[in-house]
Design a protein around this ligand. Structure first.
Ligand code: ZN
Length: 354
């Protein structure tokens, strides 16, 4: 070993020793600081207990509520649900109100989950799928199913609704569906139609079609003769229809019995016009006085449907009485709306205070 090499090794070793010394002294000072921070041993014990107590609280915060929840609901259960949604990546506000953000997060989750129907409702099926995500720390990307967009003002008195999959979406002359919205889950319900052609208007969204089949089945048991006349209608079809009504009746008149494109509930796939042989399968107010019409008035809510344009509410809905126009909103909302004799407009205004 040369003299130079020996000096190098010596310098290197000294540096190592110095580094080691620095670390030790850092550790020592940390210990001292810690001791100063925590003070006496008794206080230490108190702090440790406090930490132990906090843990079960965190677990409790992330439990999924067992109740069925939906737009407009408030309280502890909604708060628990929002905490789970935030935990899995949704940037929503922990407001304890099932608001439009929460409806969006649930809808987006449902659209990303193969076995779920997109409704915006927090139901038993959605709870089980959320539980799987939570238990297995599965990561998902919010917005992949449904991008979050704000309502967009399209003219002086009309906004475009941001979440067309929400079964409690308000669609009327002030709230229009996006022109390009066509539901992804349209099916033909297995019920009677007064025509045989395979027309697009036979379709409804799966969640509404299932409910309609159940309702028609129960009506059959009571020897009623219900027929489905007209369900899904695309934006383009509504455009053609409305233009024809306008040229025959003028726009003001046409607007009382038909809807501008985007403003028809039929585009949502959540609606079916129903009728019976007693009124020659027509869509007329007399249908409301038939056995079928009366039965629907009393029972449609049990299957999640409301008579969307009731008599005497024309000022609120913007439409004349239509005893044949059934809209799916889910059993919980339908029951409250029909039992209280209110409209979807009144129901949502009351729940969301807007
Ligand atoms: Zn209708």
């Amino acid at each position: 070993m040369s003299y130079k090499q020996a000096v190098h090794i010596l310098i290197f070793t000294s540096l190592l020793l110095m580094l080691a010394a620095c670390n030790t002294s850092n550790n020592n000072s940390s210990v001292i600081e810690n001791m100063n921070d925590t003070g006496t041993e008794n206080e230490n014990e108190v702090k440790e207990e406090a930490v132990e107590e906090e843990e079960p609280e965190i677990v409790k915060e992330l439990s999924l509520p067992s109740d069925v929840l939906q737009k407009g609901d408030q309280g502890q259960s909604v708060d628990e649900l929002q905490n789970v949604l935030i935990h899995i990546g949704y940037e929503i506000t922990d407001s304890s109100l099932y608001d439009n953000e929460t409806v969006w997060a649930i809808t987006d989750f449902q659209l990303q989950t193969e076995n779920l129907l997109a409704t915006g409702l927090y139901d038993e099926e959605t709870r089980l799928e959320l539980e799987t995500v939570l238990d297995n720390e599965i990561s998902l990307t919010p917005g992949v199913g449904l991008a979050f967009v704000e309502e967009e003002q399209i003219d002086e008195d009309t906004k475009t609704i941001s979440n067309p999959y929400d079964v409690l979406a308000l669609i009327n002359k002030q709230h229009a569906l996006p022109a390009d919205y066509e539901p992804i889950d349209l099916v033909v319900p297995d019920v009677r139609f007064p025509f045989v052609e395979d027309l697009p208007k036979k379709q409804m969204r799966k969640v509404a079609a299932d409910a309609l089949e159940k309702m028609f089945g129960d009506a059959d048991l009571e020897s009623l003769d219900l027929f489905a006349q007209s369900g899904f209608r695309s934006y383009e079809r509504q455009d053609v229809l409305f233009a024809a009504y306008v040229s025959n009746h003028g726009e003001e008149q046409a607007n009382t019995f038909s809807a501008k494109p985007g403003e028809s509930e039929h585009q949502s796939g959540l609606t079916m016009d129903v009728t019976s042989p007693q009124v020659n399968y027509a869509l007329v107010t007399e249908f409301g006085e038939t056995e079928e019409g009366i039965w629907l008035q009393e029972n449609a809510h049990k299957y999640g449907f409301i008579i969307r344009y009731p008599e005497g509410k024309e000022d609120i809905t913007g439409y004349q009485y239509e005893p044949w126009h059934l809209r799916y909103v889910g059993i919980k909302a339908a029951t409250e709306i029909m039992e209280r004799g209110i409209t979807l407009e009144e129901y949502l205004e009351e729940k969301l205070n807007k």
